[in-house]
Write a protein that binds this ligand. Structure first.
Ligand SMILES: C[S@@+](CC[C@H](N)C(=O)[O-])C[C@H]1O[C@@H](n2cnc3c(N)ncnc32)[C@H](O)[C@@H]1O
Length: 292
């Protein structure tokens, strides 16, 4: 059993290192997820693990504890609407914009987990073919959890994973059924560059993006952390860029720099200074002209 002192210590550690706001009464989460970490580091119990953590700096152990407490729930084409919007409207518009500006189109999946979100976009891009021709697309995917990224990089999925959200046609077109699982075609896998990144730390070095996906991760953070991450995400958007949050997430009341686009059944935000132009284009039924 974890003592209330240890619980409070671990809660603070998780909040400051990975942003996870555990809240009260989540002892069962620690008790179910930490025993494998204790075992891997040679401790006889979670209590011994916590005692070691409290005794001094132990970077690898802190990282392993934070990793174990992340929730990597994800699936291909999650929520459908963001991907429909990307395919029908946003990617063609941005491709046009980038072609005219002679620059790359930049996309960031910022809490990528095991890669399904980024690979869904990669498959869309391959499927869109000629619509995306002449445009170099940089697709960057980052996550805090090392184990999730290692899986993502392999591009190997179980039968259950490919049955969640993936259209049958895409399964046939982009995956090879191997004895190890369903392997994503190399040309699609190579479209995505995976990197380890903690959203609590600066992501300035990644540069700015036309599309940022930050879905189903802010829900785990407290209000102060949400505000901080959203402010910095606003800075990571190019002029006329789009920020997708999870279906239950919003920037409303957390930052003035982002505005949610109304009348779109998904949590899609743009920079406040771009809002009028983009909203007007949505009202006349197209996003097809450049914002910049
Ligand atoms: C529930 S998954 C969401 C995956 C995907 N975005 C989706 O919507 O399907 C949340 C992911 O956020 C990651 N995460 C949690 N805290 C993070 C942090 N501080 N920085 C970066 N990623 C983090 C977790 O490792 C996990 O992979």
């Amino acid at each position: 059993m974890i003592t209330s002192e240890d619980y409070s210590y671990l809660s603070t550690l998780l909040r400051t290192r990975s942003g996870l706001a555990l809240g009260p009464g989540k002892e069962y989460l620690l008790e179910s997820r930490l025993p494998p970490v204790a075992k891997a580091f040679g401790f006889s119990s979670v209590i011994e693990l916590v005692a070691t953590l409290r005794a001094g700096p132990h970077r690898d152990l802190v990282k392993a504890v934070c990793d174990a407490m992340t929730t990597g729930e994800t699936f291909f084409f999650r929520d459908t609407i963001p991907f429909d919007l990307l395919r029908t409207t946003i990617l063609p518009e941005l491709a046009d914009r980038c072609r005219r500006a002679g620059r790359s189109l930049r996309i960031w999946s910022s809490a990528a987990s095991t890669g399904q979100e980024a690979y869904s976009i990669a498959m869309l891009l391959s499927d869109m073919g000629v619509q995306m021709s002449g445009v170099n697309v940089e697709l960057v995917a980052t996550d805090f959890a090392t184990h999730a990224l290692n899986r993502a990089r392999r591009g190997l999925f179980t039968q259950i994973e490919v049955q969640r959200g993936l259209p049958e046609r895409y399964l046939r077109q982009f995956f090879i059924n191997t004895p190890d699982g369903y392997r994503l075609a190399d040309d699609v896998r190579r479209r995505v560059a995976f990197r380890e990144l903690n959203l609590l730390e600066s992501f300035r070095s990644l540069g700015q993006f036309d599309i940022v996906m930050c879905r189903n991760v802010l829900i785990y953070f407290d209000t102060t952390t949400k505000k901080d991450v959203l402010e910095r995400l606003a800075s990571s958007l190019m002029p006329g860029g789009y920020l997708f949050l999870g279906a239950t997430e919003t920037a409303f009341g957390l930052t003035d720099r982002l505005v949610r686009l109304p009348d779109i059944p998904t949590s899609l935000h743009v920079r406040r200074e771009d809002f009028e132009v983009i909203e007007e284009r949505l009202r006349v039924g197209t996003l097809a002209t450049s914002v910049a």
